[in-house]
Design a protein around this ligand. Structure first.
Ligand code: AMP
Length: 420
């Protein structure tokens, strides 16, 4: 792995793709969760500790190629300074004369943050400025034009530095200017930062060197979002636990009554196929046996408990029930490797959060007894944090989409660009 560990940044300027796409308070623009900033600190500290200078670049939100104050990375500067314990410089445009001047003047030990990369449509290579009524012909031409000006954009970014570090795991699945294209400008001098390195190690441990029994726990709203990862995992796991809203597509496929629970009618055959495939591969599939039902999708809804395949008419299952918590927890307790993605219920509402919290606790308990656990995806990570269990999980991944794609067996463009 091309990591920064054996690289000496002394006297060098490193342009570092970080993931500072942090949540901001809508009124005050203050950072409400600085996890991603803290995740990048070891890499930044290594660079400046060696006597190098760091030029940080990131996106924030979806400005779709248009500069807008609410998406400015200037809002993030005070939090970076507090976390890093160092004053930093800010370039109000990621390319152009001022960025060039600030980068040129940067001294060893200093840090410069560039303005939001996505203020340029060249970052994503998408022709956002195109009107909705454009013809296919116009779309094609506009796309070709952005791809062309993208080269110029990458040149400008690359010209600011001597080497490139990618530490933005959260966007590693995107083939953007700053995540994939720029690496080619630094042959022999592009590498992964510590965050990406640790993410890759954690995922590879699970995918390539899992101690058995290996249990994957998949939750969330839809089967369609998780189908590729489930298919890839069927090759590797001993146990597959399914929870959350996608439960009901499986239950209906097996002839159960699901009331008005969420269900993807067009995925019933797919659900059956997954179950057949799992059986053929000797994977034990655990579906919920009971559920907490609600009479409305509402935090104050009336609730009852039923067998998962006997949801009363007019009710919907919004969390796994107590029998299921026990069943899943027992499987988890006997596992040596555990992968978890997606909540077991509508955990955003207190009444339906218990199942998700209980699974987080079961994973933490198994980890304390020696299992290796990897938790990823925004909702599962939020549940782990809410239950103050982050330090009791072996690895908590920062990249939702990137982790899913890696687990699906795909090669991520941001990883590939550096590996090559
Ligand atoms: P995903 O983004 O696919 O991981 O799905 C996460 C979302 O699934 C969360 O917002 C949950 O509220 C939702 N969810 C989990 N269980 C259910 C359920 N039984 N019914 C409806 N939505 C659910």
């Amino acid at each position: 792995m091309k990591t920064i560990d054996n690289y000496n940044f002394n006297g060098k300027k490193a342009i570092v793709r970080v993931d500072f796409n942090v949540p901001l308070d809508k009124a005050t623009f203050q950072v409400t969760d600085d996890t991603r900033i803290r995740g990048a600190l070891p890499t930044i500290k290594k660079i400046i500790g060696d006597g190098g200078a760091a030029i940080l670049m990131s996106h924030l939100g979806r400005p779709n190629g248009k500069p807008q104050d609410k998406f400015s990375l200037k809002h993030v500067v005070p939090t970076i300074e507090k976390d890093l314990g160092l004053k930093i410089k800010f370039a109000p445009d990621c390319v152009g004369d001022e960025a060039k001047k600030l980068a040129a003047e940067l001294k060893p030990g200093e840090v410069l943050l560039l303005e939001n990369l996505r203020f340029y449509e060249e970052e994503e290579g998408k022709p956002y400025s195109l009107g909705e009524n454009a013809t296919d012909e116009e779309k094609k031409a506009a796309k070709a034009k952005v791809k062309e000006s993208q080269k110029e954009f990458v040149n400008k970014l690359a010209s600011l530095a001597d080497c490139y570090v990618n530490d933005a795991f959260g966007t590693a699945h995107r083939a953007h200017a700053s995540t994939a294209l720029i690496a080619a400008h630094f042959p022999g001098n592009s590498m992964f930062g510590y965050l990406i390195e640790s993410e890759l190690k954690a995922m590879d441990k699970v995918l390539k060197a899992a101690d058995k029994p290996f249990t994957a726990i998949m939750g969330g709203a839809k089967v369609s979002d998780k189908i590729l990862i489930i298919e890839n995992l069927l090759e590797k796991v001993n146990n597959l636990i399914i929870g959350g809203g996608m439960t009901y597509t499986f239950i209906k496929a097996q002839g159960g009554s699901i009331g008005k629970s969420i269900c993807e009618e067009d995925k019933l055959d797919l659900a059956k196929e997954i179950l057949t495939k799992a059986k053929a591969k000797g994977v034990n599939v655990y579906l919920p046996v009971d559920a907490i039902n609600a009479d409305a999708f509402d935090a104050n809804a009336n609730t009852n408990i039923s067998k998962v395949n006997e949801t009363p008419d007019g009710w919907m299952g919004l969390d796994i029930g107590p029998e299921t918590v026990k069943l899943f927890s027992d499987v988890i307790a006997k596992s040596k490797t555990i992968l978890w993605n997606g909540p077991m219920g509508v955990f955003e509402m207190e009444k339906f959060a218990h199942g998700t919290s209980a699974i987080a606790k079961a994973i933490a308990d198994a980890t304390a007894k020696g299992a290796y656990s990897l938790v990823g995806g925004g909702d599962s990570v939020a549940a782990v944090n809410k239950n103050k269990l982050a330090d009791k999980i072996s690895y908590v991944s920062t990249g939702g989409g990137a982790m899913l794609e890696y687990m699906e067996g795909k090669e991520l463009p941001g990883i590939k660009a550096i590996r090559e």
